[in-house]
Design a protein around this ligand. Sequence first.
Ligand SMILES: Nc1ncnc2c1ncn2[C@@H]1O[C@H](COP(=O)(O)OP(=O)(O)OP(=O)(O)O)[C@@H](O)[C@H]1O
Length: 296
Amino acid sequence: MAVLEVRGLTVAYGDHLALNEVSLSVEAGQVLGLLGPNGAGKSTLMGSVVGAVRPRSGTVRVCGVDVASRPRRARAHVGYAEQDIAVFPTLTVRENVADWAALSGLRSRELAGAVARTLSALLLDDIADRQVRTLSGGQRRRVHCAMATVSRPPLLLLDEPTVGVDPATRRAVLDHVLTLAAEGAAICYSTHYLPEIESLDAEVVLLNKGVVAARGAVATLLRRYGRTVVDLRLGGDSGEVRTVSSAVEGPDDLPAILQGLGPDLARLSGLEIRRSSLDEVFERVVEDEEGALDAS
Ligand SMILES: Nc1ncnc2c1ncn2[C@@H]1O[C@H](COP(=O)(O)OP(=O)(O)OP(=O)(O)O)[C@@H](O)[C@H]1O
């Protein structure tokens, strides 16, 4: 049984369909990367899983529990770090995380161990006794992530947990997520930073305008939608380098591309042939989808 099972989920805000017949599932030990442009419906999906958003139709089940009919029971299985950071500013980092662990049902020694482990995993040891109101935005986001994960729930919903964090912290958050998945958590992780999805080796669901535009493993999506790209580096008069990228079918296309540079050919300082990045693949899927929607 999947830990999270979403079937035909449709959510409307007034006339606007934020999600339209979305289905997906997340198994124990799996990281699902929830991707999509601003307004695609990622947060709405997570809100529906915790019962904060009421769907027009469809079902959401967490550990087999139906969210609509037993919202509290379902919610008890979920750790949720939503985009807006909710922490108690006058409590310390440790108090925020420990209080949340207690609210989630952890007791005494189990609680102390879980708090210590989570603070350490998210590099919060040095600031554990500071009031949260004195912390930076990136530090607060880490506290928020610690609160969502401290009780090791079967399902974790992490909505852009690395916004505004520095590279070392980003690495710590990703390592923490990988550890939790290895321990058996099902994780739904949204981000606009696609290298994270590659680091997490996540299955991907790409949402666009409330519908699933693509899904699959990163490697599969790269193979299916990726193209060969030629990057031409052109030197400028004051030493700056400009890159011009073109998708090609194969090596036969190269002469035409070089010719197309015209007088700029003399400025060519480098050339690289590569496969599309994940960013480019998703841009393409979203563009294709918009074209299809416009044409229909
Ligand atoms: N409470 C609300 N009332 C009305 N419309 C809403 C509400 N919440 C979200 N929406 C709309 O629903 C759509 C989906 O929003 P949602 O926040 O789920 O997107 P998202 O994919 O999480 O975006 P982002 O990447 O910007 O966080 C958007 O068009 C948004 O404007």
